[in-house]
Design a binder for this molecule. Structure first.
Ligand SMILES: [Fe+2]
Length: 332
């Protein structure tokens, strides 16, 4: 059997800036043992030269050095927009509170005091890189969501009759899920799922979306594809995977007569059953190309008659109670 060598992973590079060659080499050796690659500089000037070659994943810098000290080096690093996000750790002599104070004023978060044990050094650098990676993941996730929200809003803007629909459906679905005591993380996914539920309507031409007359059979068939089309659009985005049941199943019906799959009763994921109630309440209670707005009491009557046909019969009374209570709040 071939032995697989335990090679260091060269993708994490630490820049070590330190005037003492002895300390520099001890630190570098400890990091290399842990699988990091290192670059070494004996002062800020050399450090900047190495940064220009390729930015490292983290900078570890002494404070007191000849030519360009750590403070000047830190300022120069942060002035370059390409380098502002690189984690920066100061290495300072034992209990030199003046250095720490100067660094704090400039926003340096982390300090290591010399002499430092190699294990502590590695532990702190690992933790710092882990934290940086976690923040990056969160930021990328937020950027995905922001982008998709812009897209969802653009779609709503195309459909002149449903302006405000997404906002209201999201609010109604959230009220219902809160009444069911859903935990916060599920409510957050619900919020995105509700906002994005009709995103697949991007495939529907504007003249069909805004048609005042009843749709032809072909147009109807196309309209029904918006659930699957929306799920296909978002399925490759890991951060939005939780929204797929909302997008796919909000037109399923309890009695099995809905689409796209014709699922029945509890085969329909709860996300779809909740959103169906919110979506239909809003569709009937507001004016559409093919019907006028229906008053609240009449909508409630329709929804209660549809319990066990269109809607989950257990959810209907809870939904009606909430909608009546919210209605009374507004009226009161
Ligand atoms: Fe829909």
């Amino acid at each position: 059997m071939n032995e697989i060598p335990n090679l260091p992973t060269p993708d994490r590079v630490i820049l070590v800036v330190e005037d003492s060659s002895q300390i520099r080499s001890v630190i570098s050796k400890a990091l290399e043992l842990e699988g990091y690659a290192t670059k070494q500089a004996k002062n800020g000037v050399e450090g900047l030269e190495l940064l220009k070659e390729s930015p490292p994943d983290l900078i570890l810098s002494d404070v007191n050095m000849p030519q360009m000290d750590g403070i000047e080096f830190f300022k120069a690093v942060r002035q370059n927009p390409d380098w502002t996000a690189i984690p920066f750790i100061f290495l300072t002599s034992h209990s030199n509170s003046e250095d720490i104070q100067r660094g704090r004023e400039m926003g340096v978060e982390d300090y290591l005091t010399k002499p430092i044990e190699p294990e502590d050094l590695v532990r702190i650098i690992n933790a710092r890189l882990y934290r940086t990676a976690a923040v990056e993941v969160a930021q990328v996730g937020q950027a995905y969501l922001d982008t998709v929200m812009v897209l969802a809003n653009a779609i709503e803007g195309r459909d002149k009759y449903t302006r405000g629909h997404v906002e209201r459906v999201t609010a109604y679905a959230l009220w219902l899920a809160k009444a069911l005591k859903w935990p916060a993380q599920h409510l957050r996914v619900l919020e995105f799922g509700a906002r994005l539920h009709d995103i697949g309507k991007i495939i529907i031409p504007g003249h069909i979306l805004n048609k005042p007359e009843p749709l032809s059979d072909d147009e109807w068939a196309l309209m029904k594809k918006h659930t699957v089309a929306g799920a296909k659009m978002l399925q490759e985005i890991p951060h939005l995977r939780g929204t797929l049941p909302y997008i796919l199943y909000h037109h399923e019906k309890w009695d099995g007569s809905g689409y796209p799959k014709g699922l029945k009763a509890k085969e329909i994921p709860i996300q779809g059953r909740i959103l169906a109630l919110a979506d239909v309440y809003d569709a009937i209670s507001t004016a559409r190309p093919y019907h006028k707005a229906t008053p609240h009491e009449a909508v409630i009557k329709i929804i209660s008659e549809e319990a066990g046909r269109h809607f989950d019969p257990q959810l209907v009374p809870i939904f009606i109670k909430i909608m009546n209570a919210k209605r009374a709040q507004v009226a009161g």
